[in-house]
Design a protein around this ligand. Structure first.
Ligand code: ARG
Length: 266
């Protein structure tokens, strides 16, 4: 039943694609399908490729779950994918300024961000976890907010790890936050003893801990989150096209297949 639906959907898409395939596009990036993109014929993705396995650099290219998802969306929309790597906190600006069409960066949906950008449906979940040195006095998340706590916490700047710990720890007098441009830099600071722990999403946490000896991830989870793609509020046609395509790719199992390539279920 599901298969049949996917098949008929594919056929409808094929028909609609061929139906107006020869319509010339105009110069401000408008494509045949009735939406415009930052660069004509391209889907431009903004990301921060320092977040394995969602995005990382491999052989000079951006690889990972988000890159593959964007490639699948671009293909369905008949667009060429272009990936722009930048600081994590530049992604929202790139979207708002129309320089990028889609921000895909293991980005958590938050009410504050929803005021800046529109999020697509969620395609994955994430968990904020705490990385410590083996033998650390910090043994659970609760240790970070207990009476008399005063830790230095490493985070990637402007991520939810930063936002959460700033509110829960720094602003409540339980310690200070050291903000790094990359998660791996925060992990390096933990290794060298500059910070007492790192708060970051669980999948990159696993990847970093596997690379640096003597670190571990605490078993207690800090917060559960939803990842979605960020898009401009001022391009509803493109938003609809991308969001619908992403929903189709979730429904037909493509997204799960991509995630399973990178993340094994425990
Ligand atoms: N999920 C976290 C957030 O949205 C961290 C995402 C970091 N992503 C990255 N590509 N560096 O804030």
């Amino acid at each position: 039943m599901k298969k049949l639906f996917a098949l008929s959907l594919a056929m409808v898409m094929l028909i609609s694609l061929t139906g107006c395939g020869s319509t010339p596009s105009n110069d401000n990036g408008e494509n045949q399908n009735g939406f415009s993109t930052a660069v004509k014929g391209k889907l431009t993705m903004a990301t921060n490729a320092a977040f394995p396995p969602y995005e990382y650099i491999e052989g000079g290219q951006v690889a990972g779950i988000d890159a593959e998802i964007a490639a699948a969306i671009a293909e369905k929309l008949g667009l060429e994918l272009q990936i722009d790597d930048m600081e994590f906190d530049s992604i929202t600006e790139a979207i708002k300024g129309g320089k990028a069409d889609i921000g895909l960066a293991g980005m958590t949906v938050t009410p504050d961000r929803q005021e800046e950008v529109d999020f697509t449906v969620s395609y994955a979940t994430g968990v904020q976890v705490v990385i410590v040195k083996e033998g650390s006095a910090i043994t659970s998340v609760a240790d970070l907010f207990k009476e008399g706590a005063s830790h230095v916490v490493g985070v990637q700047r402007n991520t939810t790890g930063d936002i959460l710990t700033t509110g829960d720890i720094e602003e409540k007098g339980f310690g200070t936050i050291d903000r790094y441009s990359k998660g791996a830099e925060a992990v390096q600071a933990l290794k060298t003893g500059k910070v007492d722990c790192v708060v970051i999403d669980s999948e990159p946490a696993k990847a970093f801990v596997a690379e640096v000896e003597g670190l571990k991830i605490l078993e207690t989870e800090y917060v559960n989150e939803d990842y979605a793609a960020a898009m401009s509020k001022t391009n509803p046609e493109l938003y609809e096209a991308v969001n619908q395509t992403l929903q189709d790719l979730i429904a037909d199992g493509t997204i799960q297949k991509i995630i399973d390539k990178y993340i094994s279920v425990e």
